[in-house]
Ligand binder design. Structure first.
Ligand code: SAH
Length: 220
């Protein structure tokens, strides 16, 4: 069973990531080593390495492997950084970040998912991630500045507070746009200036909280 997952994971890296031009070897190595099947509900384990997002309960999803890799690659992490993730969900993206940076903080607004993420990370043997429960839509100032920030839910607009929690040279990766269609943007801080580029179209679950979408909009 475990060997089978290892084979599926290697195939995922080759066919979904390398073949689609993920080039950062550190990112590829991280994706080849984190046991994604530990981060999906038991009933979906056989699809853990499939080319798709999966339900993780509470109306939320673990992102498609390719999306995790693209967004992680865009952070251009080198190793010593402290990184912030908004939207822990299953904890999978945090586990990938944990392999690429020194220290990861991940914020989750749904307490039951925060607990689940913590359990999954512990089971995967990852110790440099701290899971916080709360609204991360304005970032998490307590541990700022961050060498990288990744938002795993779609924002209606860029929350400025996030930019100001970036360290010099740090990057922020965030899907911004309409409720059902967004573009992932990458921002980079250079001195007091911020450079932005569009990365990839995407469909994420909505960011909630003060700078997110109201709860009463219709579900997908
Ligand atoms: N990175 C996750 C994917 C999570 S889906 C993974 O690898 O599995 C997005 C998550 O963002 C959901 O769990 C949702 O509850 C959470 N979320 C939405 N708005 C949030 C907010 N304002 N602060 C923190 N988490 C939020």
């Amino acid at each position: 069973m475990t060997a089978d997952f290892a084979v599926q994971r290697a195939r995922m890296v080759a066919e979904q990531l390398r073949a689609r031009h993920i080039q950062d070897e550190r990112v590829l190595t991280a994706c080849a080593s984190v046991p994604r099947h530990l981060f999906v509900p038991p009933e979906y384990q056989e699809w853990a390495y499939a080319d798709t997002p999966l339900n993780i309960g509470h109306g939320q999803t673990i992102s498609q492997p390719y999306m995790v890799a693209v967004m992680t690659e865009a952070l251009a992490l080198r190793g010593p950084e402290r990184v912030l993730e908004i939207g822990a969900g299953s904890g999978y993206q945090a586990a990938i970040l944990a392999r690429l940076a020194a220290e990861v903080h991940t914020v989750e607004i749904i307490p039951a998912l925060a607990e689940q993420a913590q359990r999954n990370l512990t089971q995967a043997g990852i110790t440099n991630v701290t899971v916080h429960v709360g609204d991360g839509s304005a970032g998490w100032p307590a541990y700022a500045p961050y060498g990288g920030i990744v938002v795993a839910a779609a924002a209606p607009a860029m929350p400025d507070a996030l930019l100001h929690q970036l360290a010099e040279g740090g990057r922020l990766v965030i899907p911004v746009g309409e409720r059902r269609q967004q573009t992932v943007h990458v921002w980079r801080r250079l001195g007091q200036r911020f450079h932005q580029r569009a990365l990839i179209p995407a469909l994420f679950v909505p960011l909630r909280g003060a700078h997110g979408w109201p709860e009463d909009d219709s579900p997908l």
